[in-house]
Design a protein around this ligand. Structure first.
Ligand code: C2E
Ligand code: MG
Ligand code: MG
Ligand code: MG
Length: 282
């Protein structure tokens, strides 16, 4: 294991090279106890529309490990997925995010939504629909205040089954966003039938925008935006890091932006800074 001081002075865990068998086992055991030890926490990254208004926040999971520090999801989500732990962890995320959204809603931020990420196993889990329904009811949260993000790869995995699940979810009234779009292999025939609201262009295509070097990525991003609009999706971009990328995306008519260049993931307290400017009752 290695640790470094992160952006805000927090210790952020990073996988040095790879973990040996013993370390992997330790981590698995720790992960199994993390829920009841209340070591999970959510950070929130704003999502903006084209006029720089906040439209919602994506909940991003972090594991506060007693010795490792703050562990990012890339280091434990696949482990949790393999062990099945992602199911109870994912339910915790859904509940915590909706409870938080309800608080914002009650503070006057009725137009915001909270977005959560679903892994492959969560998405295909038989109880997903019930759990979403129950959590919305528990917090008396209007369904349009919740967005579920699934990656393009997960969405394309089993087309028939996916359409069934997405149709049921969208009947509940929640929003569906197709995350990391462009890295999977969407069939256009299938894409046009997908009951999703939003395509989120993967940050891999955004990082080279505006540098003038890679015309390919500009053409791809432009094509995704046009295709998305033709099929009646909102199209948003993740990983926007600078003004050049931002204005390029704005010119192309991209509907939403997210990225370090606009706002980094933040602790829930810091979200309050957005109340007064964004919410009527704030
Ligand atoms: P994602 O859903 O595609 O989230 C975007 C990731 O990119 C986040 O990393 C975010 O902090 C980071 N990011 C945001 N803006 C920028 C930028 O301008 N530049 C760069 N380079 N990165 C940016 P994070 O929080 O480490 O999450 C990584 C992935 O872990 C997420 O990718 C998502 O797939 C997964 N994940 C996060 N939270 C959860 C969760 O609660 N449940 C599940 N199943 N997966 C989660
Ligand atoms: Mg996401
Ligand atoms: Mg993404
Ligand atoms: Mg991703």
């Amino acid at each position: 294991y290695t640790k470094r001081a992160g952006r805000n002075g927090y210790h952020v865990f990073e996988m040095s090279m790879h973990l040996d068998t013993r370390e992997r086992l330790d981590m698995m055991l720790d992960l199994g106890a993390a829920l009841e030890r209340q070591q999970f926490v959510l950070m929130y990254q704003p999502k903006f529309d084209l006029h720089n208004n906040v439209v919602g926040f994506e909940a991003l999971l972090r594991w506060q490990h007693p010795t490792l520090g703050l562990v990012l999801p890339d280091h434990f989500v696949s482990l949790a997925e393999k062990s099945g732990l992602i199911i109870p962890i994912g339910e915790w995320v859904l509940n915590a995010a909706c409870r938080q959204m309800k608080e914002w809603y009650s503070s006057g931020c009725e137009k915001w939504h909270v977005a959560i990420n679903l892994s492959a196993l969560q998405f295909s889990h038989e109880r997903l629909l019930d759990v979403v329904r129950q959590v919305l009811a528990r917090w008396e949260l209007p369904p349009h205040c919740l967005t579920l993000e699934i990656t393009e790869t997960v969405a394309m995995h089993n087309a028939k089954k996916t359409l069934e699940i997405l149709n049921q979810l969208s009947q509940l009234g929640v929003n569906i966003s197709i995350d990391d779009f462009g890295t999977g292999y969407s069939s256009l025939l299938y894409l046009k039938r997908l009951p999703a609201n939003e395509l989120k262009i993967d940050k891999a295509f955004i990082s080279n925008l505006g540098t003038g070097t890679l015309m390919n990525d500009q053409a791809i991003v432009s094509a995704i935006i046009n295709l998305g609009h033709t099929l009646n999706f909102k199209v948003i971009a993740e990983g926007v890091e600078n003004d050049e990328q931002k204005s390029f995306l704005q010119e192309l008519g991209c509907d939403g932006l997210q990225g370090f260049g606009l706002a980094e993931p933040m602790w829930v307290d810091e979200v309050k800074d957005y109340y007064s400017t964004e919410c009527k009752a704030g």
